[in-house]
Ligand binder design. Structure first.
Ligand code: HEM
Ligand SMILES: *[C@@H]1O[C@H](CO)[C@@H](O)[C@H](O)[C@H]1NC(C)=O
Ligand SMILES: *[C@@H]1O[C@H](CO)[C@@H](O)[C@H](O)[C@H]1NC(C)=O
Ligand SMILES: *[C@@H]1O[C@H](CO)[C@@H](O)[C@H](O)[C@H]1NC(C)=O
Length: 494
């Protein structure tokens, strides 16, 4: 009896596999969806595509299936785009059709269709446009974003000075200063690095990212329907997100109470003004819930990304002391020691500019970008991607494309320099993605990375605590984001 049960179970599995294989054969190939590995029922291609190292395993599939292929993450088909040619063709040449956000269960549940990152259609367009124009340097009254970054850089220098040449892990202070820049932009003030409320906030943020990058977080994104109903560590993400939203919500209340419409102090004030302007408009997207959600979006999107980039960048400079030295030479020559570097200096600093670009290229922080979706059936190369299909534009495959970068796996600022030493622009530089969904914080982030790194190197020489040869620069975590190994350094005043 038992044997019979087992045999029929095996038979059943075989039949299901056969049926899904036949169904699969009909949907893929020329004039149809891009080909890919045969999916198993329910599991999809989970055996070939490891959540822990998604970008690498997807890269392997390219060798077999070419620059466009389909994989099943769980039961959902995802079209993967690899290399500059197809990514550009999709995100730039077909910008409108590829502008939708793909399915992201955690984000959708957290934001309910509002905000910028996980929203779509008219609501997304309006709030995104508003955020972009507000974040332009003169969006928020008298204090420019550059001023806010420079002010924060002074506090960071003070923290570094306190380490008195002793080894330290820069993670925490970099997170604080980057978070403070965003706080200044959206809430109008910065927090002391020891402020209790700020610490709690940083902790929420830290936990959110840890959970999201964890195995459970990734599985949760792939099997949302099942995971929603299971108890488990993934549910903790929503508790952390609620705490962050509660903080934002409180800030909004204090802003409402002290608002002077004629001189907005920050992003929240600007949004409140916009709400007033549109208060008689039916179906306006500018309402309180959307204010809280979009502020939350800027806060989470702007903190971990930028601080991890700078932290990884400093590690690369420890690994390559000659490069650090050349940056310092350029700072001394162009800026000197008597004033702080500013954004306008970048034009005169091609080497430093190249180093900053190379850091972002090399680390390829968000290798898969965020999921996109197509708004209609679309022909790309010899295939068709049906409306609504999720698409992953693999940014790391563009940033490490050997058609453009001679030795893509090598950290070399020469990738962004002409032979005569001038800065060499590259179309392949897309760490912020490209097209209609390109990162809203690109301008802010680039300003911040350039200013914080140059201001640190103006005052300090960074030394590793081990021989540079022994420093590992391989990411320790490479799911949705590349996380650098933990390290220590000494900051020697110059
Ligand atoms: C080094 C730092 C950063 C990197 C590498 C980065 C990268 C990205 C990437 C790859 C995307 C996805 C684009 C796509 O869907 O194709 C994105 C979206 C986004 N980023 Fe950033 N980002 C950074 C900093 C920031 C900052 C500082 C802010 C806020 C001020 C920000 C706000 C956003 C928002 C709101 C979106 C969603 C855009 C949309 O869906 O329309 N990011 N970012
Ligand atoms: C940084 O360098 C400047 C100029 O050399 C100096 O005045 C300042 O005290 C230094 N700041 C810190 C925090 O070390
Ligand atoms: C997150 O918290 C852990 C300890 O729980 C700490 O080691 C780590 O440095 C923190 N990361 C950030 C980015 O603050
Ligand atoms: C340097 O070389 C680039 C291309 O190789 C050229 O476009 C640029 O004009 C040159 N600049 C100078 C100052 O020679």
């Amino acid at each position: 009896m038992e044997l019979l049960g087992a045999t029929s179970a095996v038979l059943l599995v075989c039949i299901v596999c056969l049926l899904s294989f036949t169904a699969w054969r009909k949907r893929f190939g020329k004039g149809k969806m891009p080909p890919g590995p045969i999916p198993l029922p329910i599991l999809g291609n989970m055996l070939q595509v490891k959540p822990k190292d998604l970008a690498k395993t997807l890269q392997k599939l390219t060798e077999k299936y070419g620059p466009m292929f389909t994989v099943y993450l769980g039961s959902e088909p995802v079209v993967v785009l690899q290399g500059h040619d197809v990514v550009k063709e999709a995100l730039i040449d077909h910008a409108d059709e590829f502008a939708a956000r793909g399915h992201m269960p955690i984000g959708e549940r957290a934001n309910n269709g509002l905000g910028i990152i996980f929203s779509n259609n008219e609501g997304w367009l309006q709030v995104r446009r508003f955020a972009l124009s507000t974040l332009r340097n003169f969006g928020m009254g008298k204090r420019s974003i550059e001023d806010r970054i420079q002010e924060e850089a002074e506090c960071l220098l003070e923290e570094i000075t306190k380490t008195k040449r002793m080894p330290f892990d820069p993670t925490y202070m970099l997170s604080c200063s980057v978070s403070n820049v965003i706080c200044s932009v959206i809430f109008g003030n910065r927090y002391d690095y020891k402020d209790k409320k700020f610490l709690a906030l940083m902790n929420n943020m830290n936990n959110t990212f840890k959970l999201m990058n964890s195995y459970w977080g990734q599985v949760c994104s792939m099997y949302p329907k099942i995971m929603d109903h299971l108890p488990g560590p993934h549910n903790k993400i929503f508790t952390e997100i609620d705490s962050l939203k509660a903080f934002v919500s409180e800030e909004v209340k204090t802003h409402q109470a002290s608002l002077d419409p004629s001189s907005p102090r920050d992003f929240i004030d600007c949004f409140l003004n916009k709400m007033q302007e549109e208060k008689d408009r039916a179906n306006s997207h500018f309402h309180l819930k959307n204010l809280i959600t979009s502020t939350f979006d800027l806060f989470v999107a702007g903190t971990e990304t930028t601080s991890t980039t700078i932290r990884y960048g400093l590690l690369l400079l420890l690994k390559h002391p000659k490069i650090q030295e050349k940056v310092q030479e350029e700072i001394d020559r162009v800026v000197g020691r008597s004033r702080r570097p500013c954004v306008a200096d970048r034009m005169q600093m091609p080497y430093t500019d190249a180093v900053v670009h190379e850091i972002q290229r090399f680390i390829s922080l968000t290798p898969l970008s965020l999921p996109h979706a197509v708004t209609k059936d679309i022909h790309l190369k010899e295939y068709v991607i049906p409306k609504g299909t999720t698409v992953f534009p693999i940014l790391s495959s563009v940033l490490h494309d050997n058609k453009e970068f001679a030795n893509p796996e090598e950290f070399n600022p020469g990738h962004f320099l002409n032979e005569n030493g001038t800065f060499r622009k590259s179309e392949f530089f897309m760490p912020f993605s490209a097209g209609k969904r390109i990162c809203v914080g690109e301008g802010l982030a680039r300003m911040e990375i350039f200013l914080l790194i140059t201001i640190i190197l103006q005052n300090f020489t960074l030394k590793p605590v081990v021989d540079p040869q022994e420093l590992s620069i391989t990411p320790i975590l490479s799911g949705t984001g590349n996380v650098p190994p933990i390290y220590q350094l000494c900051a020697i005043p110059r």
